[in-house]
Each structure stands twice: as C-alpha cells, then as structure tokens.
Design a protein around this ligand. Structure first.
Ligand code: 9UX
Length: 69
C-alpha cells in the first residue's frame, strides 16, 4: 500500500473535508483518505496497482477544489 500527501486549495470547512474524503474513498484502490484542513492537504493510502495520482487529482477537482501540482 502506498501513501501520499496531496496539496489541495479551497477546502475550508467540514463539508469540504467530507466531500474530498468521500470522493477519494469512492475510487477503487483508495484505502483511506484523511483531509487536514489547517494544512490544506489530504493524506491518502492507496494501492498503486489500482489507482494513480492523476485519477485522485481528478476526483478532487471534480468536487471543485484545486490540486497543487
Ligand atoms: Mo462550507 Mo466548504 O460552505 O466549501 S462546504 S466552506
């Protein structure tokens, strides 16, 4: 299982946190997603053989947030 911290802009409240965590968790291969609102990032634990960084970024952007690349 791989781990990665993705920087995300625009998450300000608990609902933002839930949206991003929910969108990532819905992807096949994502085991765990945990948003840190103060740090503006999301820590993900995922299976590299099933999901990659660009699909995770896309899922976050679909929720209306900007991923820092
Ligand atoms: Mo509350 Mo988070 O309006 O965008 S959902 S700040």
């Amino acid at each position: 299982m791989a781990q990665k911290t993705i920087e995300v802009q625009g998450m300000t409240c608990g609902h933002c946190k839930s949206s991003v965590e929910g969108a990532l968790s819905a992807l096949d291969g994502v085991n765990e997603a945990n948003v840190d609102l103060e740090a503006n990032n999301v820590a993900v634990e995922y299976d590299e053989s099933k999901v990659d960084a660009s699909s995770m970024a896309e899922a976050i952007e679909d929720q209306g947030y900007d991923v820092v690349k």
